[in-house]
Design a protein around this ligand. Structure first.
Ligand SMILES: Nc1nc2c(c(=O)[nH]1)N[C@H]1C(S)=C(S)[C@@H](COP(=O)(O)O)O[C@H]1N2
Ligand SMILES: [Mo]
Length: 203
């Protein structure tokens, strides 16, 4: 056995806390937190803020800020991946699971259109936002989420590229037929799995 083989094998061994294997193809590790917004930062006063579930539902649902804050909360630690090629590891968030929110409606829909203050939208298959895959978060690293990062509340869908994590989110529209959101209609991939490099239309 050659020495080269032995040392390569040794170095390739995974240690706890090792970051190898956590950066999807084509991505680099970012330690800051870049701000990416297609339009101006939104500043909706909490008194005017609500979160609603509308569309293909038995009965639309609406939560005021206080009602939203009183819902069962979860703390999650997730890696996030932006299509502009940065990834951040172990980001800490708090908020309400979409399981909790969507449990309040009956629906036959298969897709979700998240909509935000400022007009941003993004589309997601319903079965990719259930079972602990998506949250409406209002706290980042223990602090209220800053407006530039989508505060008071944003969507967090960490298993897809970060454009699916709509900032300033105000609700979900449930639909039977999929329809492209803001970036999806401008050439970004409809699905956006970073591990499959689903960046652009046709990837
Ligand atoms: N409302 C809204 N949400 C948005 C965007 C946006 O322009 N408007 N940009 C998306 C993109 S492309 C990314 S990478 C992330 C960036 O979030 P950040 O600014 O907190 O890093 O927000 C996503 N959510
Ligand atoms: Mo992005």
């Amino acid at each position: 056995m050659s020495e080269e083989f032995i040392s390569r094998g040794f170095r390739g061994r995974r240690k706890p806390g090792d970051q190898s294997g956590r950066i999807p193809p084509g991505q680099y590790l970012e330690r800051g937190f870049p701000v990416l917004s297609a339009g101006p930062t939104q500043h909706t006063p909490l008194a005017n803020w609500d979160f609603s579930i509308v569309g293909e539902v038995d009965q639309p649902k609406r939560w005021s800020w206080d009602e939203f804050r009183a819902l069962p909360r979860e703390t999650v630690t997730k890696d996030i991946h932006c299509v502009t090629k940065w990834s951040k590891l172990d980001t800490h968030w708090e908020g309400v699971s979409l399981d909790t929110l969507l449990a309040q409606v009956k629906t036959s829909a298969s897709y979700v259109i998240a909509f935000s203050d400022g007009g941003y939208t993004t589309n997601l298959p319903l079965d990719e936002v259930l079972d602990g895959q998506a949250w409406v978060v209002d706290t980042y690293e223990g602090q209220p989420l800053e407006p530039q990062h989508g505060g008071p509340a944003r969507l967090l869908v960490p298993h897809l590229y970060f454009w699916k994590s709509a900032k300033w989110v105000r609700g979900l529209r449930l639909v039977d037929e999929d329809e492209p959101g803001f970036w999806e209609s401008l050439g970004y991939n409809n699905h956006g799995d970073p591990w499959k490099e689903e960046r652009y239309w046709g990837d």
